[in-house]
Design a protein around this ligand. Structure first.
Ligand code: TPP
Ligand code: SF4
Ligand code: MG
Length: 347
């Protein structure tokens, strides 16, 4: 006699989608590469928050990190641009359709070397999008040369020592006016999840610099972007919790212990003090904390800065609520009579 078993109910999010709907192609990156862990976090966060994947525009440049958008969110739009030029691409696409949720994934080479000028203007404009820097201190794709984020004294496998001072992408983003600046580590699952979710909710540019070890070229002793270095030198600023807008927020917060930051869509970022007081709404404190940590050879992780007041690029341009891409021709082109009139005036 055969027994009939009922299949377990499918696990779905609030849109009725399964986690499978948020996955991408099988990764071709090296096993153990930090970038793979970041892709996993992206899949989890977009699934858990119930973001419509077809609303997302994935943008990247060139590098192992920039290849990674192929490995998550298969149902989203994807634009893989020229090395270091992803910000221009994202700016054009988001201006054309402001309903796109922009997700940029780039490397330290793509951002801090060839793309530094593009990054600078993206930050200055506060374009609403998420900008993840998968920071391994090297050009992984071209066999591990030092990038501009490599620390002084960091050693390549070949024995070459870096003696050029690094760019700190978080400090630069703060200086140039970014409205959400965070640092994390690809091995810190919980922190990275909370940061990504907050970045999805933030209505401005969110810069997240994630130390993401390159196991093939920069994970040896002497490297300052290795798993073991991060385990010993990571200084976690605070514990983070993200409460989405659709969840009940009425939970008691112990006074003085937790700071609550309300984001644009009504969700909340709960920042719980760990060893010290830290005010993530003060830009100067953030810059000082980064410098201080650098002197102590520590890597500071958490929300370094958040500003929910500053207008984003689309607001500054007074763009219409309806995306330019879907506006009818009657609204975007002056009628023939108006053009004729101008021509008449020029005669
Ligand atoms: C215009 C141009 N210059 C140089 C290269 C060679 N190149 C390809 S990827 C890369 C660096 C990638 O480093 P990063 O952005 O840190 O990504 P990772 O591979 O480390 O994730 C370079 C220099 C290129 N593809 N195009
Ligand atoms: S070379 Fe480095 S950065 Fe590229 S996939 Fe391998 S481990 Fe990752
Ligand atoms: Mg790199």
């Amino acid at each position: 006699m055969s027994t009939i078993t009922t299949p377990a109910p499918r696990k779905v999010n609030r849109l009725g989608l399964e986690v499978l709907n948020y996955k991408g192609a099988k990764t071709t990156l090296c096993a153990g590469c930090g970038h793979n862990a970041i892709s996993e976090r992206i899949i989890e966060c977009f699934y858990e928050l119930g973001v419509e994947p077809w609303r997302v525009g994935k943008f990247s440049g060139i590098g192992c990190s920039s290849k990674s958008p192929a490995y998550f969110l298969n149902l989203s739009h994807g634009f893989n641009g020229v090395h270091g030029r992803m910000p221009a691409l994202a700016t054009g696409a988001i201006l054309a359709n402001r309903h796109i949720l922009g997700l940029g994934v780039t490397g330290d080479g793509d951002t801090a070397s060839i793309g530094i000028g593009q990054f600078m203007h993206l930050v200055r404009r506060n374009l609403p999008m998420i900008y993840i820097i998968e920071d391994n201190g090297v050009y992984g794709l071209t066999k591990g040369q030092f990038s501009a984020t490599a620390d002084v004294g960091s050693k390549l496998k070949t024995g070459v020592i870096n003696d050029l001072p690094p760019f700190d992408c978080c400090a630069l983003a703060l200086k140039w006016g970014a409205t959400f600046v965070a640092r994390s580590f690809s091995g810190d699952k919980k922190q990275l999840q909370a940061l990504l979710k907050a970045a999805i909710a933030h209505d401005g540019l969110s810069v997240i610099d994630v130390v993401s070890p390159c196991v093939t070229f920069n994970d040896h002793e002497g490297s300052t972007k290795s798993y073991s270095y991060m385990k010993e030198h990571e200084a976690v600023l605070h514990a983070l919790d993200f409460v989405p807008a659709y969840e009940d927020i009425s939970v008691d917060i112990p006074e003085g212990e937790v700071r609550d930051v309300q984001l644009h869509d009504g969700s909340h970022l709960r920042i719980r003090k760990l060893h010290r007081d830290y005010d993530p709404t003060n830009r100067l404190t953030a810059l000082a904390a980064i410098e201080d940590a650098e002197k102590r050879h520590e890597v500071l992780t958490g929300v370094l800065y958040v500003n929910t007041e500053k207008p984003n690029f689309l607001e500054l341009l007074h763009l219409t609520e309806e995306p330019l891409a879907t506006l009818p021709e009657s609204k975007v082109r002056p009628p023939k009579e108006a053009l004729d009139e101008i021509m008449e005036e020029l005669r």
